[in-house]
Design a protein around this ligand. Structure first.
Ligand SMILES: Cc1ncc(COP(=O)(O)O)c(C=O)c1O
Length: 458
């Protein structure tokens, strides 16, 4: 029996007990779970169902990932068919779905790329760091290029290296010290420009800061720059249009690889298949995850430009091959599901829909500026943020408790919204990243719920 179809309070209570006694959950405080929990039992489109029958409009697509929406049972059939054919074999050999998926990704990237499969966004970025280092060992044999330049307030994953690459002090504090191989520069967060400047008169001081850092570190020690085109974690910071092309220019000038994190931004989230395609750049390394399978299966990948691929190519005696293996990389069932997921996105034109419905939602969210506490509303496609401040002139962030109040009000009224991961200082943005199938009527409901939530703060 499915708890989603027939709510059963006694069974739900038993699951809660079983969970509390046995599960260790990520990032939530267990003590809070003892009084309030969700037991997610099913989903359809942009809606999820608690086992008690309560429904929620999920304006975060899970963890920014269920791009095609919930309830696509055809993907269960795809996985089952593939498991009946071949459940698993290591990807040192070839398999049908992974080859097809890599070909599809290459086409979506515009050609000229090879794909290395892993299981999560963290692993995809981690493999990117390693590929960059190995590439530099091959291409600059006399040099020691190992550093990654990344931005403060970025998030690139949960492993030690990806956490180190990220720039969120509060997330890192309990695990320090780190290696020091990741050097941080200013983030292009125009609403709160770290230099106190305004675009365009700033003349992209953040890019100058990056160049100064590269020169200060010594370009011959730098392997790559990692950037997420639209910074999601800090509250959906959309950079000026010239930012990414200028970063690419720096990379080319100093022989540094450009590593783009498309873990959230990719697969239609920002209104293009990949966010870097808004800016006309050609990255050397690209981390993809989440939307690649809309989280129907855990799968991710590091996509490498053929110039990087060529550096790993040679005779066995050259010892240039990729020096790592992931047990589940290229998993046939996950690859088959991801490929069908992308085909669904294409057939239903969900990328175009993201641009279209995203613009509609952004317009709706802008009406929230009538609440003085709303400092800024921004977004690209269906990746959006509503930043709350104590005062529009000083832009002082609201206290974390205010964001909690908004998130809780929305949840109590059947809508799930997110909050930026910037910690106590920059956690003051409500984040929205709904399934790309969200309807205009659901967008209206989302805006109305936020409007009512904000009204409670008066
Ligand atoms: C931009 C970005 N990169 C990387 C990751 C890490 O992905 P995963 O949680 O699949 O390891 C995340 C996770 O949210 C992310 O937001």
């Amino acid at each position: 029996m499915s708890l989603a179809n027939s709510p059963d309070p006694a069974l739900r209570e038993a699951v809660v007990r079983q969970d509390l006694d046995n599960v260790l959950h990520p990032i939530v405080q267990h003590k809070l779970l003892e009084t309030k929990q969700m037991v997610v039992a099913g989903g359809q489109g942009a809606t999820i169902y608690d086992a008690d029958g309560t429904s929620y409009l999920d304006a975060m697509a899970g963890l920014w990932c269920v791009n095609i929406g919930y309830g696509r049972t055809e993907l269960a059939d795809v996985a089952a068919d593939q498991m009946r054919q071949l459940s698993y074999f290591p990807h040192t050999a070839m398999n049908v779905p992974a080859a097809g998926l890599a070909e599809k990704v290459n086409a979506l990237m515009g050609g000229g790329y090879h794909t290395y499969f892993v299981n999560s966004g963290s692993e995809a970025n981690e493999a990117g760091f390693k590929f960059a280092r190995q590439y530099m060992k091959h291409e600059y044999p006399g040099q020691y290029r190992f550093k990654t330049i990344s931005r403060y307030f970025s998030y690139h994953g949960t492993t030690l290296s990806t956490l180190d690459a990220g720039g969120m002090g509060e997330r890192k504090a309990k695990f320090e010290p780190f290696s020091g191989d990741f050097v941080h520069v200013a983030q292009p967060y125009c609403y709160r420009c770290p230099f106190g400047l305004s675009y365009p008169s700033c003349e992209l001081a953040c890019v100058k800061n990056m160049e100064n850092t590269i020169l200060g570190e010594g370009p011959e020690t730098v392997a790559e720059v990692i950037v997420e085109p639209v910074m999601s974690g800090v509250g959906v910071a959309v950079p000026p249009d010239e930012y990414l092309p200028e970063v690419e220019k720096l990379c080319r000038e100093y022989g540094i690889l450009l590593h783009i994190d498309e873990v959230i931004n990719g697969f239609g989230r920002t209104g293009k298949m990949f966010a870097h395609q808004h800016y006309g750049v050609a990255p050397d390394l690209v981390a993809i995850a989440k939307g690649i399978s809309s989280a129907y299966m855990p799968i991710a990948a590091t996509v490498v430009k053929n110039s990087v691929f060529d550096s790993f190519y040679g005779d066995a005696a050259d010892n240039r091959q990729v020096m790592q293996v992931n047990t589940y990389g290229g998993h046939p069932a996950a690859a088959a599901v991801a490929l069908r997921n992308i085909e669904i996105m294409e057939a239903e034109k969900l990328v175009e829909r993201s641009a279209d419905v995203g613009a509609y939602l952004l317009d709706g969210l802008r009406t929230l500026m009538r609440h003085k506490i709303v400092g800024d509303v921004r977004g690209k496609g269906l990746l959006l943020g509503v930043e709350l401040v104590k005062d529009r002139t000083t832009k002082q962030p609201v206290d974390a408790s205010v964001i909690t109040q908004i998130v809780d009000f929305c949840r109590d009224n059947g809508v799930i919204v997110g909050r930026a991961g910037g910690g106590r200082r920059y956690g003051n943005t409500i984040t929205l990243s709904p399934p790309l199938v969200i309807t205009r009527a659901e967008c209206d409901r989302l805006v109305d719920t936020l409007d009512r939530a904000l009204a409670t703060l008066r």
